[in-house]
Design a protein around this ligand. Structure first.
Ligand code: EPZ
Length: 421
């Protein structure tokens, strides 16, 4: 049961006004483990106040690491008190990014024991590329009943060529390589904004990382790293979700504190639909045009259309004028939101990994259940569009990745409230 309450949305109200986006979830879950690569304290600002951050702080405390956390202000980590390297399933089942502790603990002291992760059920999500990277650096890997045990007397820089572009494995190898002896070159590296943010964070600790944001990243290992104070970038996916919600309600919303260049693939698609999108250097404004045209979407690694926005975008396209297609190329099972959207009147068919969406003139509120984080975002968007009341169950998934999403939407005029079950 991932939610002790339900969310009630009275749809049909256009979102109007200005909002500031929170710090990035996927950058936060990479940067927090990275603090363990030094014995000195580090301070991280602009962290989103979300379950994934809380879970990671609990993992650090479980390892003996002292922390000072003031939500929406800062997290201070004191790694010198670390006394353990074992992260049991009780913790890892709460967030997939717990596997970044493998790279951080291996990079810090050559030993890590982390239970296979949990996280959103959107596909098989193996970690073979992560392990391949660790072995290339000289680690030995043993699977002890669901516990990944990684050991290395000394990590040595090496070339790592990923079989596919993988954000998680790119992060994990960067963490393990930052203090390895010699230079590591990652080929076919992920280029997401949070990869660049992690590289900037590590470099602010004294690491030597070049090329983040391209598909070749060079890491010259350092014998030790110092503490730092760092502000993480805004959340690309929350920004996109708010843009989609504005378009879905034909509202007029300005999103502040974002990085428009991170949003280009979504902006291009909204413009293609006929939505008016304008931007400054740190804000994006979304306004309606007349009809919203159907479009075709294909998820790709960055800078392509993000898989994390596939689900909320599918909800928006349910009421576009015409037939849209959404092809999900990254995760083979990222479609559990379709049944729930159908309950709200959407006309959707899934053929292999492509969703065929026939735009309808009206959707109506219904009781729906969240199955994963971004499916939750899709159902919130659909609830804002639909006529009547939508009841959203299993809201805990949404709280993993969005900081008080209903407060943000209510400040823009949405009618959303939570009721304890
Ligand atoms: C990260 O997941 C994000 N999570 C996901 O966001 C995001 O959808 C995904 O990257 C793609 O951008 C975090 O950053 C915490 P991958 P990750 O490794 O690292 C396959 C959200 O909603 N693969 O880039 O798990 C894998 O199965 C979450 O915020 C292997 O085969 O994604 C997938 O098909 C959901 N072997 C593809 O690569 C491996 O060793 C991309 O996965 C690793 C990955």
């Amino acid at each position: 049961m991932l939610g002790k309450d339900k969310m009630l949305i009275m749809g049909g109200k256009p979102l109007m006004g200005e909002i500031t986006v929170s710090g990035g979830k996927n950058t936060a879950v990479a940067v927090i483990p990275a603090t363990l690569l030094s014995d000195e304290p580090s301070t991280i600002e602009n962290l989103p106040d979300i379950e994934d951050v809380h879970a990671l702080i609990e993992i650090l405390n479980h390892l003996g690491v002292k922390t000072e956390y003031v939500p929406d202000q800062y997290l201070r980590v004191y790694p010198a008190t670390l006394r353990d390297c074992n992260v049991p399933f009780d913790f890892t089942k709460r967030l997939r990014a717990s596997y970044y502790l493998l790279g951080a603990l291996l990079g810090r002291g050559g030993r890590a024991e982390v239970a296979y992760p949990g996280g959103c059920e959107i596909g098989s999500r193996p970690i073979d590329q992560h392990l391949k990277g660790f072995v290339a650096l000289g680690a030995t890997i043993e699977d002890r009943g669901g516990l990944v045990c990684a050991r290395a007397d000394r990590l040595t820089g090496a070339d790592v060529f990923f079989d596919m572009v993988t954000v998680g494995a790119t992060v994990n190898v960067m963490l393990a390589a930052a203090r390895a002896q010699g230079t590591t070159v990652i080929y076919n590296a992920a280029k997401e904004p949070h990869i660049v943010d992690l590289a900037n964070f590590l470099n602010s600790m004294g690491a030597r990382i070049k090329g983040a944001g391209t598909d070749i990243i060079r890491i010259t290992g350092r014998p030790s790293l110092h503490g730092t104070t760092y502000t993480v970038i805004p959340d690309q996916i929350e920004t996109g979700t708010l843009m989609i919600a504005a378009a879905a309600t034909r509202g007029d919303v300005t999103i502040h504190g974002c990085i428009p260049t991170h949003m280009e693939s979504l902006t291009a698609k909204l413009l293609e639909m006929g939505v008016r999108v304008t931007q400054s250097d740190d804000s994006i404004r979304v306004r309606p045009q007349y009809e919203q045209r159907a479009v075709n979407i294909k998820t790709q690694v960055y800078p392509g259309f993000p898989t994390d926005l596939q689900q909320p975008m599918t909800a928006l396209l349910c009421m576009a004028n015409g037939t849209s297609t959404v092809c999900e190329t990254i995760f083979e099972q990222r479609f559990k939101h379709l049944d729930e959207l159908r309950r709200m009147g959407a006309r959707i068919k899934l053929v292999d990994r492509t969703v065929l969406i026939e735009g309808v003139h009206e959707m109506y509120g219904a009781p729906v259940t969240v199955t994963d984080l971004r499916a939750g975002a899709a159902l919130v968007v659909a609830g804002l569009m639909a006529k009547g009341i939508t009841e959203i169950y299993e809201t805990g998934y949404i709280d993993r990745g969005y900081e008080r999403i209903e407060d943000k939407l209510c400040s823009l005029g949405a009618d959303i409230r939570r009721e304890t079950l």
